[in-house]
Every structure is written in structure tokens, then in C-alpha cells.
Design a binder for this molecule. Sequence first.
Ligand code: GDP
Ligand code: IMO
Ligand code: MG
Length: 427
Amino acid sequence: MSATVVIGTQWGDEGKGKIVDYLAEKADVVVRYQGGNNAGHTVVVDGQEFKLHLLPSGMLYSGKICVVGNGVVVDPQVMLQEIKAMQKKGIDTSGLRLSNRAHLIMPYHRLLDEVEEESRGDHKIGTTKRGIGPCYMDKNARCGIRVCDLLEPEEFSEKLARNLEAKNHLLKAVYGVEGFDFETVKKEYLEYAQQLRPYIADTSAILNDNIKAGKKVLFEGAQATLLDLDHGTYPYVTSSHPIAGGACIGAGIGPTKISKVVGVVKAYSTRVGEGPFPTELHDEVGNHIREEGHEYGTTTGRPRRCGWLDGCIVRYAGYVSGIDYMAITRLDILDKLPKIKLCVAYKYNGQIINEYPASLNVMSKVEPVYEELPGWQEPTTHIRAYQDLPLNARRYIERLSEVSGIAIGMVSVGPGREQTIILADMF
Ligand code: GDP
Ligand code: IMO
Ligand code: MG
């Protein structure tokens, strides 16, 4: 049995797409289990860049089964666009399977995401405005529309009519904007249904059959630990469960079937959107990291907030997901820095605290306790063996491993598949 879950340990954009693509070579099945097209996973193959929002990063190899699980919220328009873009690039999409239990993002979800954000004013979350939160709200309120409904036009029409009645009223009465026409939305979605039909399946059954048959299954987390609805910096989070446990619910497999958890750790921190970020840098070094790392959002193009690596957060991610190995990415972005800081604890009201606080009020006031380490100031992008990394680079990541209590499994020194150093077996 071999099922590996890859998750983000920070605020997203750690390089999960690159790591999943690398590991996908050896996998038989690659699965997305939560989130939607709020994700932006960039994969570079032979210098060609692919940006995936909804489809699993395993798509870039032919012959894999790629699953969009029940826990994902699916904007059918985006999914079809992504499928067509892949086909245009000569990629075989016949292995794609879409869960019949996944919830659909509807046009009113996207509009609600926009008007709700506007109405929050200074308290805005900074969402991607893709309709993710409103779609999960409907799922939890038990009025969502699922992929299986697309295959039953009468069922779909009845659910759409009920939803439109409520949503159009809400949009008009609370937000003062026009809602949607029933016939137009119905026609649009039933057309999507015809195009998506070949991909729709009971994906939990497929996954469990594959696991039983001894196939290698790889779960691709989107977003990250600190954006998890329960375990992140609530309310500045996404509306799903990116942590490893989310794979069980979002794919329909039991926890006993997961054999390994890999946590992707960016060698520094970034965050898109609002919310506390104790190690954020507002100085030259922050700007250097942003420019050196091209830290602008894959999905929205927003400049990412940049800061030092927070060991407390990585340790926390380690225990909420039971991480076996870290995959450290973007080490090369720090190549030019003379000094590097690692946060090992926080100070609050003169007291040292080791845990990341639940209270946002406390979190926004903590002071990071840093250890300063010497930089290596030499290029690393060509290195392929751990012992060939500069001594100070190894010292930095080994100190992170001590602080977080998590072993180092992989180190990435560039976006390309080949720019990867392997220290342990990830399956
Ligand atoms: P994800 O959302 O976690 O998949 O990450 P993103 O794709 O949004 O952002 C990570 C970016 O870093 C992408 O542009 C990757 O191609 C790139 N990348 C991944 N690993 C490395 C690395 O080790 N070094 C460098 N320089 N870039 C990397
Ligand atoms: P990947 O998978 C970084 C952030 C948004 C916002 C918050 C809520 O590429 O790592 P949402 O639209 O989900 O309701 O927004 O979550 N966010 C991400 N930040 N990477 C992502 O995905 C993100 N997906 C959502 O910026 O702060
Ligand atoms: Mg991303």
C-alpha cells in the first residue's frame, strides 16, 4: 500500500505543484482533494511553464489517472478551459476523473464572493474571488448543487430554481446587485454537463480499488496549513481543509490507507491576502526576496507579502498533519543573502511562547525570536546532491529540521524537474 499526501505547511505557494509533478513520475494516480481554482500550481517541464488551477499536477505525464475528488469545489467552465488548454499542448486528458459528489461553483457564488468581500471593508479576507467560500457555505448549508446533479437535468433544474430564488433575493436586498436568469444559467450548465460527462465517476471507488491493487497514489494539497479552516489563521483562511486529514474526507479514503505525508516548506515565508504574518518583512530584504523570487500570485497576480521562515509554523504544520518529511523549496532564492533569519519562538508580553497562538489579536502582536545564520552567497541551482550544497545552506535547513522536529526528505533548488535533491523515499 502506498498513498502519499503532499501538503503546504505555510500560507500556500510553497511549490506543491513542482513537488507533486516530480513525485508523479512514480505514481499511478494523482488526486486533488480540496479547494478549487483558487489554487495556482506552476509546473515547469523542459523550460515550458504550466499553470494548473483545478486539474492535478500529475496531468503532465500521460498514462496516469488524475482525480478531482469530492472535496474539491468545481467551476465547470474553468475545468473545461483547463482541459482544452492541456489538449492544445498535446497532453492526454483521458485519465481524468471528476467525482460525482464534488460541489459546483455557480455564477452566484462568484458574485457573492465579490460583493461579500467589498462589504467587509477593512475586514476583508483578500479572497481570490473565485466563489470558493460561498460554494463551501452552500455545501455546509446543504443546499449546494453537485456534479451528479448535472447528469439529471430535472434534479439540476429544481435545485437551481430554489437556489436562484434565495440568492437573487440576497444579492438584491442586501448587496443591491442584480441576480441571475434561470434559463440562461440552466442552459450554460447543462452544456457543461455534456462536455464533462466522460470524466464523471465515483472517484472514491476508483481510489480504493487502486490502493487495494497496490498502486501508488499521490494526493496533492492546495492552499496550506495556515489557510486551513480549522487550523489556520481564522478567519483569514480558505473554506476547506488543506491539511493531510483533509485527504480522507475530500477523496473518500480511510486514514489507515495513508502511508506517508510530505510537507512542502518554502525556504522563506509568503502570504497573499490579509491576515497576521509575524515574520513579514517591510524592508529591503523583503523586496529582495519578492523580486528575486518573482513572488506575485499565480491566480490573481497580486504581489505576495514576503518574510523570514517561521519554524514555529512549520513545527505546527508537522503535528497537525503528521508530516514524515519536509520538501524544502526555493532555497536558491536565498543564494545572495549575507544573513538569514529563522524564527524559533515568539515573544508576547515579555514571555516566550513556542506555539502559534489561536487568537489573532495575540498573533498580530507577537514578536518573532530569531536565530541569525550566515548565508552561503553562492549559486545552488545546479546542485543535485545534498552533500554538494554549501555548508551554510545545509546548516540552515538542518537547523529548521531541529526546530520543527521534521526530517528533510527533498530539497528543491529551481523550478525544473531536474533541480531536485532527494534524501528519502517519498512513497
Ligand atoms: P504552489 O501553489 O504551492 O504549487 O506554488 P506556486 O506554483 O504558486 O508557486 C511556486 C513557484 O515557485 C512556481 O513558480 C514554481 O515553478 C516555482 N518553484 C518551485 N520550486 C522552486 C525552487 O526550488 N526554486 C525556484 N526558484 N522556483 C521554484
Ligand atoms: P495554492 O494552492 C496562496 C488565500 C487567498 C485569501 C484566502 C481565502 O496556489 O497554494 P479563497 O479565495 O480561498 O476564499 O481566499 O486564501 N489563498 C491562497 N493563497 N495560495 C493559494 O493556493 C491560495 N488559495 C487561497 O489569497 O487570503
Ligand atoms: Mg500557488
